[in-house]
Design a protein around this ligand. Sequence first.
Ligand code: SF4
Ligand code: SF4
Length: 330
Amino acid sequence: MLYSSSGEPQGLIFNIQEYTIHDGPGIRTELFFKGCPLSCIWCSNPEGIVASAQLGVYPDKCLSLEKCGYCLKGCPLQGDSPIKHDQDGVLSAVNMVQACKDCLKCADLCPSRAIKLWGKRYTVPELMKIILSYRNFYLKSGGGVTLSCGEVMLQWEFASLLLKECQKNSIHTCVESALHCPPEHMEAVYENTDLVITDIKHMDSGKHKQLTGVGNELILKNIRRTVELNKPLVIRTPVVADHNNDEENIRAIGAFLRDELGGRILQYQLLPYRKLGTEKYKTLGVPYPMGDFVPPERQVWEANIRELVDILRTEFGLPAVAGSNYKLPI
Ligand code: SF4
Ligand code: SF4
């Protein structure tokens, strides 16, 4: 776990979104934890994958060296600075791997946010102050707090402390996790979790590995355990054309949910892949793994998802829905 200089536990969070309505019931505050053991080829939050703070580069916001230049002036590496500008003096890159001290001063100093910091440390009281400021919205809407991707379980000790504090304040807690983690970390987090959201991306472990970088055995084991523990559970599949949207895969997931979990899930959501977050890859200097992918027309993927939902509802008797807009039965 991370600690502040005064010894207080800290979490590394890369985004805090207020008023979200898709990840759990009601109006929620969603906290995105930095660091993820998966590397899904369609990931729309690439700034959440690396488990340390990172800098995103937005050249179109740069005021130029001539008019500003605070980033270079403040960089302790001075002449060897990994901050690069083009021939017009406009920011082009910050190579954090090469010779950067990770002091993150350049992001602090940049007046136009052309260098953006992804990943900030917070203590539990700091986050609770933000969370509690929206308490009335949670009360009126039946909402609460959702801890979300990267991967909450990588920071399981901090997540447990935060969730405990939320529950102490009667705030509903939801954890969205890939569940690729040691079961004991998951169970520690569950002690203060009211709702769990997780994914099954592919039932074939080899294909799961091709798509996400890891096999699915540990994830499926943790899903079985989640049901054994009677945790309210929502399962999702991000449906990606030509990758996991075939009937064979969706039927295999349906069989797992019905036969191995006894259908004990609140909802099974099929989410269409929409090629989001591609710009963020550019700002991190990372190639987008699905750069060449052309998603099908809206009518085509809508029809595909409707068909799959029908199969899951009629043949498998599962509470399947298209998207994450349907009210949860809680
Ligand atoms: S993080 Fe620090 S060392 Fe790295 S480029 Fe920015 S100011 Fe320089
Ligand atoms: S501090 Fe920001 S705006 Fe100024 S030169 Fe550097 S990147 Fe550009």
